[in-house]
Design a protein around this ligand. Structure first.
Ligand code: COA
Length: 697
């Protein structure tokens, strides 16, 4: 896949220049200098020869086939090159040129025309506005980066050329190798999803690293990432997430959503490891590229000082790792050579006068203990220790270790040489213990993702014909917001349990309805014209007897007649008052990139203030629904506190999956809240008390 980009037999550089310092020179120079062994054709109408290679005035004059063309000509000339590629049957093109979509509408138009023409001619394009591509195995450096990465197993793609340059420099400094290095630029044709797929299929790439500002096609991105991440970790740093999506929301769900939540949900559901900063991206990359995944959560810390050990223990406490209790057998072995003041428990503190021999023996014993899944080695440069010798000892033992080993040698001057030794032996070395723990934590999460069983998707029977009828009638009336009765019917069609209710046209009917439903009841005006029922005096709650119902009927109808005389009154709704249960909120919103998104949180009026909510992109699996319930901070309240009965979690899960199905079935639903959904004690179900649905044609 994309073979001609990464392993071409011949490359042409259109706009190759004889003048050092020009981009067209740098690209040709990188191709030649970094060992490309295929045919190279500089294209320049004014030159006979560039860098010892015969030049041609244009692509069609080249006597042989061309697999890949790299274009470094001003924007206005690029269309002409694409036409030539069509004639010459060049199917893969990297467009370095800037001056397209990124400069505004004129550039965007030019880019669109270019994309259309390339598609017509069957030409695949990386760029425009990019730094180029590198494959270290081929080897091919078709970029104007200053330098060539070492070969290795990380495939990197980036939407920003500047980030490419920075990563390359970091990698050279840290001795980190790459298989591929791709600057995606404006992603006119080849997007991140296709690049992930291609790196997923590349046998030299073991870890995929990416810098993203946006995703082109959310569902395709998720599908691809989900597939590839089952075999290769994908670590992404995503910048530029804003809450712009929340601007015009009319529901709680819409107001709380925002693209940050959408990206987080999408990444989580596709197995993507999200790095929160460049530092984490580097940190994760080092660990994933060089260490085996931990087989479980148990971490052992070896340290020569207390403070850093505690920092690491705290960080591990906040992660999914556990500080492994040290087995008696291991502790006894450690005691044989450690001084009595050392701690053989976790963190294993081999104290300030530890030498490299003590580090080595300790690590040997720890590696031998099968109950420990990962090791973090901390060092502070005391007078007693030779950090470089410790690094050598670790390197020796790490060679055959089957568990991940990461290190943090704290300080700078005295540990510099030791860090270099660690890097040279592909042992991750972090400035601070927290970063080392975070990398191990990411590796453990990834392992769990890879091992988790296939998700279950359920499909409920729903009366979609009824839903369609209601939506059609709402649209006919030029409305977007459904009235309560309509929203209730939609939920009923999806199998939600609703409070029992009847419409009463007279006082007598109201009393009859109330006694059938059972006291206490709630009464609400039934009118398509009254949207804010409470504000208009159209709602009464906690009505305990016939007399109260009669009075409420009279009050409600007269309030509406007085305050909104033009409103059509269909009667008064008498409704079961659900008193038992905890209030939660469920919602649907639509994200521009990823489509329907489902929200869950603790309900009530404070939901937007507390923001204790979780999101997932629909369709929701049963397991995802369960995870989003457990993810909110107030989950313990649902489990029950101080002898309370636990709430019906299964009922919530069922409701979330039904809602997700509704969002998938009806793209016209732009926002919906079920607030509150009352959750009864375990086994007694959930009741959708109030709902709000907004649709668009
Ligand atoms: N075919 C082939 N070569 C041609 C040509 C054609 N049709 N027309 C002109 N050339 C030659 C030029 O004569 C020149 O060669 P010379 O140096 O020997 O004179 C060479 O191709 C380059 O053309 P030139 O007009 O000098 O372009 P440039 O080097 O000034 O700019 C880009 C070209 C692509 C570098 C520039 O337009 C650009 O986009 N720069 C920004 C790139 C960028 O930042 N990308 C994103 C990075 S993340």
């Amino acid at each position: 896949m994309l073979e001609h980009f990464f392993n071409p037999s011949s490359v042409a550089v259109v706009g190759a220049s004889q003048k050092p310092g020009k981009i067209g020179y740098d690209i040709l120079n990188n191709i030649v200098r970094y060992g490309y062994t295929g045919a190279v054709y500089p294209i320049n109408p004014k030159a006979q020869e560039i860098l010892g290679r015969r030049a041609y005035p244009d692509l069609v004059s080249v006597p042989s086939d061309i697999d890949l063309a790299v274009v470094a000509l001003p924007a206005a000339a690029v269309m002409g090159v694409v036409e030539q590629c069509g004639k010459k049957k060049v199917d893969s093109v990297v467009i370095i040129t800037a001056g397209f979509k990124e400069i505004g509408p004129d550039g965007a138009r030019l880019e669109k025309d270019l994309a259309t023409r390339a598609r017509e001619l069957g030409i695949r394009v990386v760029g425009p506005n990019c730094l180029g591509i590198i494959d270290t195995i081929c080897p091919l450096n078709a970029s104007f980066a200053s330098g060539m990465p070492l070969d290795g197993h990380i495939g990197f793609f980036s939407q920003s050329g500047a980030i490419c340059v920075a990563i390359l420099d970091w990698a050279l400094g840290e001795n980190v190798g790459f298989s591929r290095f791709v600057s995606l630029g404006n992603k006119m044709d080849i997007s991140e999803a296709e690049m992930i797929l291609s790196m997923g299929q590349d046998e030299n790439t073991r870890v995929i690293l990416g810098y993203l500002e946006s995703v082109e096609d959310g569902p395709l991105f998720m599908k691809t990432a989900r597939q590839v991440s089952k075999t290769k970790p994908i670590i992404v740093i995503k910048s530029g997430t804003t809450s712009a999506g929340a601007k015009a929301a009319s529901s709680h769900t819409g107001a709380l959503a925002g693209s940050e939540n959408a990206y987080n949900a999408a990444f989580k559901q596709s197995g993507i490891i999200r790095a929160g900063s460049m530092q984490s991206l580097f940190g994760y990359a080092m660990a994933f590229a060089s260490q085996p995944l931990p087989k479980g959560p148990r971490l052992a810390i070896i340290t020569n000082s207390g403070g850093p050990g505690i920092l690491a223990a705290d960080a591990s406490d906040r992660s999914s790792l556990h500080l492994s209790p040290i087995r008696k057998k291991t502790a006894d072995r450690l005691r044989e050579f450690l001084p009595p003041t050392a701690s053989v428990y976790n963190p294993i503190d081999i104290i300030g006068d530890a030498s490299h021999e003590r580090y080595e023996k300790t690590l040997e014993v720890v590696l031998d203990d099968g109950s420990i899944h990962a090791v973090l080695i901390l060092l502070t440069p005391t007078a007693a220790v030779d950090p470089a010798a410790v690094a050598q000892a670790i390197a020796k033992l790490a060679k055959d270790a089957e568990k991940p080993i990461v290190t943090s040698f704290m300080g700078e001057k005295k540990v510099r040489a030791a860090r270099k030794i660690l890097q040279d032996h592909s042992i991750p070395s972090y400035d601070y213990p927290e970063d080392a723990v975070a990398a191990l934590d990411a590796m453990l999460s990834y392992r769990l993702w890879r091992e988790r069983p296939e998700r279950q998707y359920r499909n409920f029977e729903a009366d979609s014909r009824r839903v369609r009828e209601i939506f059609a009638s709402v649209i006919d009336q030029h409305r977007h917001d459904l009235i309560e009765n309509e929203a209730r019917e939609i939920l009923r069609a999806y199998g939600f349990r609703l409070p029992e209710s009847r419409i009463a046209g007279t006082t007598r009917e109201a009393v009859k309805a109330a006694s059938e439903i059972g006291y206490p009841v709630v009464m609400k005006i039934a009118s398509p014209d009254v949207l804010h029922k409470s504000d208009m005096g159209g709602v009464r709650v906690k009505l305990e007897n016939d007399a109260a119902v009669e009075e409420a009927f009279f009050d409600i109808t007269s309030n509406i007649q007085l305050r909104q005389p033009e409103a059509r009154i269909l009667g008064v709704m008498v409704q079961e008052m659900v008193t038992q249960g905890k209030e939660v909120i469920l919602g649907i919103t639509r994200d521009m990139q990823f489509g329907p998104m489902v929200m869950f949180g603790l309900g009530g009026i404070y939901v937007e203030v507390l923001k204790d909510v979780s999101f997932r992109i629909a369709p929701l699996s049963v397991e995802s629904a369960d995870a989003m319930i457990r993810e909110i901070r107030s989950f313990p309240l649902l489990r029950g506190v101080r002898g309370e009965a636990p709430a019906d979690i299964e009922g919530i899960r069922d409701a979330l999956v039904r809602l997700s199905q509704m969002a998938m079935d009806f793209p016209e639903i732009v926002e919906a809240d079920i607030n509150p959904l009352l959750v009864c004690p375990e086994g007694q179900g959930v009741v959708a008390v109030d709902a709000r649905i907004t649709i668009q044609e």
